[in-house]
Design a protein around this ligand. Structure first.
Ligand code: ZN
Length: 131
């Protein structure tokens, strides 16, 4: 059992199930069209519970980022330095993830990125890399 099992709830189980198939999915309000993130059983804009699920194209831009040069936990020690970024997806949600396969010195806010997957034990983690 992975550490991920501790964060899976009834409300976000659909999201983690989709990651097993390397799909990044979000909820979309059928009433107002708002793409909901983080997962919720109610639209935060219009309070509708009429919600569907969409699959992200995996394209977005770096909104903000930080470079970690000191490990805050033993489990990330071998990844130093790594980039943690807020990525604004074309569908609207802003997600926090890693930027892989890129030098931190060359990364800029607004840089276009695409979705990639890293498989761990029994689940997959979404990350991004520059286009
Ligand atoms: Zn809505």
């Amino acid at each position: 059992m992975s550490n991920l099992s501790s964060v899976i709830t009834y409300d976000n189980e659909f999201f983690w199930d989709a990651t097993k198939n390397k799909k990044l999915v979000f909820q979309k309000c059928k009433k107002c069209g708002h793409v909901i993130w983080p997962p919720s059983n109610i639209c935060p804009i219009c309070y509708s519970t009429d919600i569907t699920t969409i699959t992200s194209k995996g394209k977005g831009k770096v909104y903000s980022f930080g470079v970690f040069r000191v490990p805050f936990h033993e489990s990330v020690k071998e990844n130093i330095p790594y980039i943690l970024a807020v990525v604004e997806l074309e569908e609207g949600p802003m997600v926090v993830s890693n930027i892989a396969n890129y030098s931190a010195e060359n990364l800029k806010c607004g840089c276009e990125v695409k979705l990639i997957w890293e498989t761990k034990e029994d689940f997959s983690i979404f990350k991004f890399e520059p286009v």
